[in-house]
Design a protein around this ligand. Structure first.
Ligand SMILES: Nc1ncnc2c1ncn2[C@@H]1O[C@H](COP(=O)(O)OP(=O)(O)O)[C@@H](O)[C@H]1O
Ligand SMILES: [Mg+2]
Length: 403
């Protein structure tokens, strides 16, 4: 088995690469571990005389480094690099550069985003970013369009799909997003005051399960485009000028609406969690309005760019304007459905998010979570009435804390 990197071997490793001379010259190097993630070993290697001159090593081990009992195939590193390169071809400004990939040791050497914050943490502090809607709309439109059957020839697409078969990581999402949160499963973590509501509104509702399983089946069978498959606000790093999407190790050919819905769901989770984070009522209302604007603006950018690309660069296989309209209309309704599943799994499943975890007062946390739950239930139950993005944000605005 490959040896896990340490700060010491990370430096020796970088020194041994041809790119080290160009990047660092003879400067003295040091390495520090980055421990925010759960899955991979990550080190920042930097010039000690100029610490912002740096790069990142990310190594996949056959298990999640924080939870060694959780086995994960090292092939995820090949998938992550393959997707970063494809995304980089169509959207170079929105992903970290890949400098090197070592397929024997499953180590990628990538651009260090040392002037960027993780978007989830920034939203918890009510930060606003003037370009993120534009950047994320373009990112999703391009990465999804250029890997779909609307652009690729039928043969090219079929040759690409098997390169991104990702069974173990997909099963994690099938279980954690689309199965466990809707049954009283031992992995679920529910804030105690929220429990009676979850029993009543989720576990006892077989119609809800039927709706969710509709999306689970789409997730498992609809190889529509090469999706990121974990496009939450923890997979986005940004500042006032730039937005970068990181960590596509879960990627595979799946439904476009899962990526778009996951992103919108995490904006809606931030909206709900502001119940506890925003200092006072007017600041909260104003920040919430900004978050809902983000959903609207991102969709508008996405739709405009996607249709323009289809018009300009689409293949000849779909000669129907009506079909294009239907495609986008269906996508928007599916965004509501997939978005609801992502919200529920973060609120009542196994993998929770910082937005709520950090609320220490259990009563307040449950209240904020109940607002998130109400948004999710409205999105999935009323998705067939979503004809414009404003219908989706209105459903969020109408939601109320249920506790
Ligand atoms: N290119 C990067 N530049 C700077 N920091 C990064 C970069 N990629 C990841 N990070 C930091 O490492 C953390 C974990 O990264 P992530 O790619 O999500 O790893 P994992 O898949 O192991 O969870 C991120 O939350 C961020 O703080
Ligand atoms: Mg990851």
């Amino acid at each position: 088995m490959t040896e896990p990197l340490t700060p010491k071997t990370a430096v020796t490793y970088v020194r041994s690469l041809p790119l080290a001379r160009d990047f660092f010259g003879d400067a003295p190097l040091a390495a520090e571990p980055i421990t925010e993630g759960n899955v991979n070993l990550i080190f920042r290697v930097y010039d000690q005389t100029q610490p912002t001159r740096s790069l990142l090593l990310k190594q996949a081990l056959p298990y999640a480094w924080r939870y060694p009992d959780f086995k994960m195939p090292v092939d995820r590193a090949r998938i992550e690099v393959g997707i970063l390169r494809i995304e980089g071809r169509y959207c170079p400004d929105q992903v970290p550069q890949v400098y090197h990939y070592d397929e024997t040791n499953h180590i990628m050497v990538i651009e260090d985003l040392n002037r960027h914050l993780v978007m989830r943490e920034a939203l918890m502090r009510q930060r606003r970013y003037p370009h993120v809607a534009q950047h994320m709309g373009i990112f999703m439109a391009r990465t999804l369009f250029y890997t779909s059957d609307l652009y690729l020839s039928s043969g090219e697409k079929k040759a690409l799909v098997p390169q991104f078969i990702n069974p173990v990581l997909c099963k994690v999402q099938e279980d954690l997003v689309f199965t466990q949160p809707y049954i009283p499963h031992p992995n679920n973590r529910v804030t105690p005051p929220l429990k009676p509501l979850v029993e009543e509104l989720v576990y006892a509702d077989d119609d809800l399960r039927a709706d969710i399983f509709h999306y689970k089946e789409r997730y498992m069978t609809h190889a529509q485009a090469l999706i990121h498959n974990d496009l939450h606000t923890g997979s986005i790093m940004l500042n006032q000028e730039e937005t970068k999407v990181i960590d596509p190790e879960f990627g595979f050919f799946g439904p476009m609406a899962h990526d778009i819905g996951t992103y919108f769901a995490n904006l809606a989770l931030s909206y709900a969690s502001q119940e506890a984070h925003a200092a006072e009522e007017s600041a909260r209302a104003s920040y919430r309005a900004w978050l809902l604007d983000q959903i609207q603006e991102t969709w508008h950018v996405f739709e405009r760019e996607f249709l323009a690309l289809w018009e300009r660069e689409g293949n000849e296989d779909w000669p129907s304007d009506r079909f294009k309209q239907r495609y986008l209309a269906q996508l928007l309704q599916d965004v509501a459905g997939f978005g609801a599943a992502e919200m529920m799994r973060r609120l009542i499943g196994m993998a929770h998010v910082h937005d709520f975890w950090t609320i220490e007062d259990e009563t307040l946390r449950a209240r904020a979570e109940s607002l998130g739950l109400d948004i999710a239930l409205r999105w999935i139950k009323h998705r067939q009435g979503v004809h414009r993005i404003e219908d989706l944000t209105q459903l969020a605005a109408d939601a109320r804390p249920l506790l």
